[in-house]
Design a protein around this ligand. Structure first.
Ligand code: ZN
Length: 231
């Protein structure tokens, strides 16, 4: 995706004056963000595909530090994780102006009216019971993976991309599923788990195809929970 190059001077002032103090970014977070910003937005690209080793080398960090900084930046909404696979990470790199923590306070000072709530990809859907419930409602009482009918006793929420692999608590990464699928999936990718269910004959051919399609739709944000549809 090509975008107009931002004004680098403005971006850097916003980065130093607003983003760093408001999010309390550490030296490593700053190094990682600067490096990613340099190779994405300052090249006119919103999205960037890269490997952890490339990032660590470029920011002069060890791979673990780079990985943790990346995780923190995703958590702050500075980066949006679009894909994580063997080929590397794909993130959307946000400019300071585009980050909620920076933007909100600036707007509030000028305009005290309450802001309308809008669909937020990064909202933490585990933070309240009402939000967790919307994920169960979206799946309409069926396990997202094996399609078994769920009752409150056997249902739970599962991270499609596990927390350990930077999976967020966004509605694009949470599904309602049965306890059995939740424990059998563990940290494997959701697509692999669905194929495993098919080999176990717990899904038919047609169901597998439909589930993989639903998984694609989920990850790309096309399955917002009902609460958000109304807003
Ligand atoms: Zn299940």
């Amino acid at each position: 995706m090509k975008n107009k190059n931002p004004n680098a001077e403005h971006v850097w002032k916003q980065f130093e004056d607003l983003l760093v103090p408001r999010l309390r970014l550490s030296i490593t977070d700053r190094a990682v963000y600067s490096h990613l910003l340099r190779h994405s937005r300052l090249e006119g690209k919103r999205r960037l595909r890269f490997s952890i080793s490339w990032l660590a080398r470029g920011a002069r960090l060890c791979t673990n530090s780079a990985r943790w900084a990346l995780r923190r930046l995703i958590g702050h909404g500075v980066l949006r994780l679009l894909e994580r696979s063997k080929a590397g990470h794909v993130v959307e790199v946000r400019l300071p102006d585009e980050i909620r923590a920076t933007r909100h306070r600036k707007t509030r000072r000028r305009d005290a009216r309450p802001r309308p709530r809008c669909l937020d990809f990064e909202e933490d859907f585990l933070k309240s019971r009402a939000l967790r419930r919307t994920i169960h409602v979206r799946e309409r009482g069926r396990c997202f993976y094996c399609l078994r009918r769920l009752t409150p006793l056997i249902r739970c929420l599962d991270h499609v991309i596990p927390r350990v692999s930077f999976g967020s608590n966004s509605y694009r990464n949470l599904v309602s599923c049965c306890l059995q699928c939740n424990s059998q999936k563990r940290d494997r990718p959701a697509g692999d788990f669905l194929r495993w269910l098919y080999r176990q004959r717990r899904l038919t051919d047609a169901e597998l195809t439909a589930r993989l399609r639903a998984l694609d739709a989920l990850v790309s944000g096309k399955l917002p929970p009902p609460l958000l549809r109304k807003l």
